[in-house]
Design a protein around this ligand. Structure first.
Ligand code: ZN
Length: 246
């Protein structure tokens, strides 16, 4: 049984058909939440992709609300571009080259055009997450993770190498990472309605402004596992993205 429902929509420029996917909530086995707000359900990101580059003609268009009549659940009787060909612009997350390609896609989009604040926030948030993807599961490099028996030695070793290489790429691009994050912070402070829960303290923490992160976290009314974990990492002066639950 498939874990998602397919839907179909057309490129407004060349009218090619694209397949979209909605994850079926009842089929989700495991949800993972990261400190930067990215959520993965069975390894699929849950935030919908709003900016699409047509795999047929390269036209860029936004899908704010994927609703009928713009989309249909009936498979059209013609060739359809599968979800894999256009989601995240067709990149593969299985290596660092793919992850850097995604970073570069967002950077190019931001350089080429001027966007209204809501759209710029969307692109900068995804650029932030794409940079974090380079070393997102850094806790997996520890020997303890292999000893826990989650994966074979070969898989662990290979994965470890990729994360350590990713960390190097992250540090190499650190200046750009921080300038994007500062711009995102300024936009979110101006448009609080666009903020995701605990996004501001997380941005301050990743910008190494730990006192400011702690100050904001201490103002949060009800303490949760999420706020406690973020406080702990701020006190350790650890700026790296981490897994909150999973
Ligand atoms: Zn097109």
């Amino acid at each position: 049984m498939l874990k998602y429902d397919s839907f179909y929509f057309q490129c407004p420029h060349c009218h090619a058909w694209l397949e979209g996917r909605n994850l079926k909530a009842e089929m989700v086995n495991q949800a993972i939440l990261y400190s930067d707000g990215k959520v993965l359900n069975d390894n699929l990101i849950t935030t919908p992709q709003k900016m699409i580059m047509c795999p047929s003609c390269g036209h860029i268009f936004w899908v704010e609300k994927p609703e009928e009549p713009f989309i249909t659940y009936e498979k059209p009787d013609t060739e359809v571009y599968s979800w894999n060909t256009w989601r995240f612009y067709g990149i593969s997350f299985s290596d660092n080259k793919g992850k850097m390609a995604l970073v570069n896609h967002y950077k190019t989009f931001l350089r080429k055009s001027h966007y209204e604040p809501k759209k710029e926030i969307y692109l900068r948030r995804f650029l932030w997450w794409a940079y974090n993807d380079l070393h997102r599961n850094h806790q997996h490099v520890r020997l303890r993770y292999w000893l826990n028996g989650f994966m074979s030695f070969g898989v662990w070793h290979c994965n470890r190498k990729m994360i350590l290489e990713g960390e190097k790429l992250f540090l190499k691009n650190y200046k750009d990472f921080t300038s994007n994050l500062k711009r995102l912070l300024a936009l979110l402070e101006k448009h609080p309605e666009e903020q995701i829960d605990l996004e501001l303290p997380e941005i301050y923490r990743e910008l190494r402004q730990f006192d400011k992160a702690k100050e904001l976290l201490e103002q949060v009314g009800s303490r949760t596992h999420f706020t406690n974990e973020m406080l702990r990492h701020s006190k350790w002066k650890d700026p790296r993205v981490f897994m909150v639950t999973g």
